[in-house]
Write a protein that binds this ligand. Structure first.
Ligand code: 3H9
Length: 678
């Protein structure tokens, strides 16, 4: 087998090149090749400096994640990097694309780093439930200081080459199209000078000077890292860099890394990494399906949903024509969009120019005719089949042939909507989640007649607008809401049987959800869809509305809210629930948190199994992607289906039986068989 690493001599400089598509992951052959190349350079007197660069789209994007969990084959990354750093001849990392994780650690082990302006550098290991494991947590703080290192190691987000230069992680920014030549010139300029080694750096004194630095940082990240093991380990590792020798610090890093690697969180997060990428692929749609060019998008409805949907495209530089029924509604909608952009700018995440650029791509209109030349039209109107059919009928008349017509419906039958047009093949569901400019998930609903090129285009487009897409077949509520309804059914039943509603919420918060169903109801508004007749009370929600409790918006819903929107459970609500239960003849009893958790979550797994059995999801991991990105299922458990496998499908079956809840045949079969869904 040919090595992915080759060397080229440029007089006294050896250029070491990796060619390991798609992302130059540091698999065994790459590591071995790098180690050999360094030995070649050291043993050749004619070579005075080394440049390491990569072919293809990126510098090393990290360790090869597919090797994790398999028996290790040497050389390992730490020893490869130590050999590199030990060289007395200057070694220069020439960076383009993304130097991530182990790739960034390669760069740190080099004596100098040059990068093209578009390059990014980062240590995203925490996103895989890990910390850097090839001395990244020890070299980085010694090179750039603790304060600059902490957010990189703990947050995991990459930074631009310019920012990296600002903190001393990059030595020189070179020409976008002349990386190799500039790196060679840089290397020559350093020949004969003593090589600087990050491991010998002394920059890491901030932590010693300011002992509260770590606690302050931890507190500032508290919300973001709640429940995750890796960020805390990352803080500990960076702290070790300030308090221990390099050798001891590396030992500490290894201990933490090994513990995380064998834990369930990292397994879950690695599962998710591949799940997200798999979800974008549709098994029976050929890879080379030609795409429909999307140069202009139409959005129907300028409400919260339509506005949010439009912002996704505007932010990606795609012009949007937005349609409303009245000038008032149009002005209100576009005004909100502008305000949202301006708020983002105030937070420093956008410049004023970018706000104007985005808004400049927006064309408000009251006329369907202005949608005629759109390549994609998404309707975000009221959830009523009659209204949707009317809208699609009109679109079919005015919009050019070959354009995609999408519905943002969250539960209606996309096949029926498609049948309202003469071109059902071009109709698809694009279910965005609120707030649509922020929430990551895009549930793509594949109608019976949806064409391959329409699907392939929408999946590609989802990436362009920064969404994570997963495909669902047509069934009520699709993947996400269909499973949510099972959880909600149990939440409602539980409080009728005596569980305290705040305990139901707490169980989900403890599990890692950002909020529980009753907090969610308060946030969304309890009066959504209420008939407004206080004398007609058939549900607890109607009872609350009858009592003037509409949710956060009027300071009282399931909870009472103070001015800072802090919630406290309400005795009045508990009494309303108890009264209602009595009227319905439901006896109330003490219910344990274990029972609450099992009854909320196991039926979701069961519904997921049915979704798989019916072929409504392509794979179990797609369901995980939907729930993690659309509903706040904690990433570190891997999503409902992966989590169910972790605790045992047989445990789920037993739990459902214990609580007299339905168990699907598919779940039973899987539990009795491999214990796995995919
Ligand atoms: C690490 O480095 C640990 C060390 O500290 C310790 C060592 C001791 N390995 O995302 P894409 C595949 S942990 C294997 O669609 P993009 C990916 O699955 C690692 N495979 O492209 C996909 O395969 P397929 C730290 C990988 O352009 C294909 O490449 N590094 C790896 O949207 C294309 O990927 C990271 O966490 C990998 N490391 O984004 C970086 N990376 O085509 C992880 C990708 O079959 N990677 N693949 O579906 C990324 O963030 C993105 O892939 C990247 C490109 C930004 C690089």
């Amino acid at each position: 087998m040919t090595s992915p690493i080759r060397t080229e001599r440029h007089d006294n400089v050896l250029v070491v090149i990796s060619d390991n598509p798609p992302v130059n992951a540091l698999g065994q052959a790459v590591r071995a090749g790098l180690k050999d190349a360094i030995e070649e350079a050291l043993s050749d007197d004619a070579i005075e400096a080394v440049v390491i660069r990569c072919d293809g789209r990126t510098f090393f994007a990290g360790a090869d994640i597919t090797e994790f969990g398999k028996p290790p084959v040497g050389p390992n990354l730490p020893e490869t990097l130590d050999a590199m750093e030990a060289s007395d001849k200057p070694v220069i990392a020439a960076i383009h694309g993304t130097a991530l994780g182990g790739g960034c650690e390669v760069a740190l082990a080099c004596h100098y780093r040059v990068a093209v302006p578009s390059a990014k550098l980062g240590l995203p290991e925490v996103k895989l439930g890990l910390i850097p494991g090839a001395a990244g947590t020890q070299r980085l703080p010694r090179l750039v200081g603790t304060e600059a290192a902490l957010p990189l190691v703990v947050g995991g987000n990459p930074i631009s080459a310019k920012k990296a230069q600002g903190i001393g992680l990059v030595d020189e920014i070179v020409g976008e199209d002349s990386l190799e030549a500039d790196a060679i010139a840089f290397a020559r300029s350093r020949i004969g000078q003593p090589v600087p080694r990050a491991s010998e750096g002394t920059a890491n004194e901030d932590g010693v000077r300011d002992p509260d630095l770590f606690d302050r940082f931890r507190a500032s990240q508290a919300r973001r890292i709640r429940g995750f093991d890796a960020p805390n380990a990352a803080i500990e590792a960076v702290k070790a860099a300030g308090t221990m020798s390099y050798v001891e610090g590396v030992k500490k890093e290894r201990e933490l890394f090994t513990e995380l690697m064998s834990g369930t969180q990292s397994a879950a997060m690695r599962h998710y990494f591949f799940a997200e990428r798999a979800a974008n692929k549709i098994d029976d749609v050929p890879k080379d399906t030609p795409l429909i060019p999307i140069k202009k998008v139409g959005v129907i409805g300028a409400g919260t949903m339509g506005g949010g949907i439009s912002m996704n495209f505007l932010s990606a530089g795609i012009p949007v024509t937005i349609l409303e029924m009245s000038q008032d509604a149009l002005d209100r909608g576009t005004g909100t969009m502008r305000k949202n952009y301006e708020n983002t700018a105030k937070k420093g995440r956008m410049t004023a120019d970018q706000v104007e650029q985005a808004m400049g791509l927006l064309t408000p209109t009251l006329s369907y005719d202005d949608l005629a030349d759109c390549d994609l039209v998404i309707e975000a109107v009221y959830e009523s089949m009659d209204v949707k059919k009317e809208v699609f009928g009109k679109l079919d008349e005015v919009v050019k042939q070959g354009a995609i017509l999408a519905s943002n419906t969250s539960y209606l039958d996309v096949n029926e909507i498609a049948a309202a047009t003469q071109r059902p093949g071009y109709v698809v569901g694009m279910h965005f989640f609120s707030p649509a400019n922020i929430m990551k998930l895009l549930e793509v609903v594949r109608g019976e007649k949806t064409r391959d090129d329409v699907l392939a285009t929408v999946m590609k487009l989802s990436k362009t607008i920064g969404k994570v897409a997963a495909v669902s077949g047509v069934c009520p509520g699709f993947i996400g809401n269909r499973m949510l309804s099972k959880r909600q059914e149990q939440a409602n039943a539980l409080i009728m049987e005596g569980a305290k509603y705040w305990e139901v919420d707490e169980v989900l918060l403890d599990f890692g959800f950002p909020m529980g169903p009753f907090q969610m109801a308060d946030l969304a508004g309890i009066d959504i869809g209420w008939h407004r007749d206080p004398s007609k009370v058939t549900t607890i929600r109607e009872a609350l509305c009858a009592g003037g409790r509409f949710g956060q918006k009027n300071g009282k819903g399931f909870y009472d809210y103070d001015e800072a929107r802090q919630r406290t459970p309400s005795d009045e609500v508990q009494a309303i629930i108890a009264d209602f239960a009595a009227t319905e003849g439901k006896e109330q009893r003490e219910i344990s948190k274990d029972e609450i958790r099992e009854r909320l979550l196991y039926p979701m797994v069961n519904e997921g199994a049915k979704i798989l059995e019916e072929g409504m999801a392509q794979r179990a991991s797609d369901i995980d992607v939907v729930w993690i990105n659309g509903y706040g299922w904690p990433l570190y458990t891997g999503g409902p289906m992966f989590w169910a496998q972790t605790i045992g499908l047989d445990t789920v079956v037993e739990g459902l039986e214990k609580h007299d809840l339905p168990v699907s045949n598919y779940l039973r079969e899987r539990a009795a068989g491999s214990g796995k869904f995919d």
